[in-house]
Design a protein around this ligand. Structure first.
Ligand code: ADP
Ligand code: MG
Length: 260
């Protein structure tokens, strides 16, 4: 995939490759006096993999949550596939079905089996038959390597297995985009790679992904762009090569010195 570089100063971003799937224009968000997203303008093309990196508290989670309307924004616009995000109602449910979300804490339904976790959305939201949803879920569980755990409860699985189930669950909805917020941060070190491998596969298959992670290996292998956030701003938008070897801002250099 060709990397794309987006000028930070334009309020309507230009995307070098592919059609823009997600476009943020001059997005602002405050929590009380705290300005957490400051005039964010960027876009993500179809099939693009964007890694978001930056210090704790820089607004990375808020950025992700704003994209699927888990958070409201104060001003600016966010469009997904050309449509502005609805505030509520049926349009919002449709949007949520289009945007998969994988959290640090897995967020599986504790009292449902692995299989039920994956079939619930397709049956309830997509009105798929149980038979069809089960077949599809098993294919997806196979793909992420946990088909043999289908009838267990999440607590009976390791963290790495639970996170792979969470990825299968988001794929079951056939999303246009998957947002992942620190998907490997809660995992024991020996389980990180099994989840990263699944993420790399998804990226290779052309899934559009926005991934908050400090895993350089993933960024180097799979990302088209790295967005570096600090204090609610996108400070850098670079290819992984440029970002990791030659970051242009002092803030990115300081940050990289701490984590590498
Ligand atoms: P990151 O994911 O980069 O660590 P967040 O987006 O979670 O950053 O948070 C950005 C800032 O907003 C932080 O200072 C955080 O404390 C604050 N914040 C996040 N969520 C809330 C909230 N619901 N209410 C008030 N402040 C919040
Ligand atoms: Mg966060």
């Amino acid at each position: 995939m060709e990397p794309t570089l987006i000028p930070q100063t334009t309020s309507v971003p230009i995307v070098g490759r592919g059609e823009p799937l997600v476009v943020l224009s001059d997005v602002n968000k405050h929590y009380g006096d705290l300005h957490v997203l400051k005039n964010i303008s960027t876009s993500v093309a179809r099939g693009e993999v964007v890694v978001v990196i930056g210090p704790s508290g820089s607004g990375k989670s808020t950025f992700c949550r704003a994209i699927n309307r888990l958070e409201t924004i104060d001003s600016g616009t966010i469009t997904i596939d050309g449509k502005q995000l609805p505030e509520e109602g049926a349009g919002l449910a449709k949007l949520r079905a289009d945007v998969g979300m994988v959290f640090q804490s897995f967020n599986l339904f504790a009292h449902k089996t692995v299989l039920e976790n994956v079939t619930l959305g397709p049956i309830r939201v997509k009105k798929m038959s149980t038979k069809q949803a089960n077949e599809r879920a098993m294919t997806l569980l196979e793909r992420v390597g946990v088909a043999n755990q289908a009838n267990k409860l999440p607590a009976q699985l390791s963290g790495g297995q639970q996170q792979r189930v969470a990825i299968a669950r988001s794929l079951a909805m056939s999303p246009k985009l998957i947002l992942m917020d620190e998907p490997t941060s809660a995992l024991d070190p020996e389980m990180i790679n099994e989840v990263l491998d699944v993420m790399v596969e998804l990226a290779k298959e052309g899934m559009t992904m926005i991934v908050v992670t400090h895993e350089m290996g993933f960024a180097r292998k799979a990302a088209d762009r790295v967005l570096f956030m600090a204090d609610g701003e996108i400070v850098e938008d670079e290819t992984p090569e440029t970002f990791f070897t030659n970051p242009s801002s002092e803030r990115a250099r300081d940050f990289l010195a701490k984590i590498l």
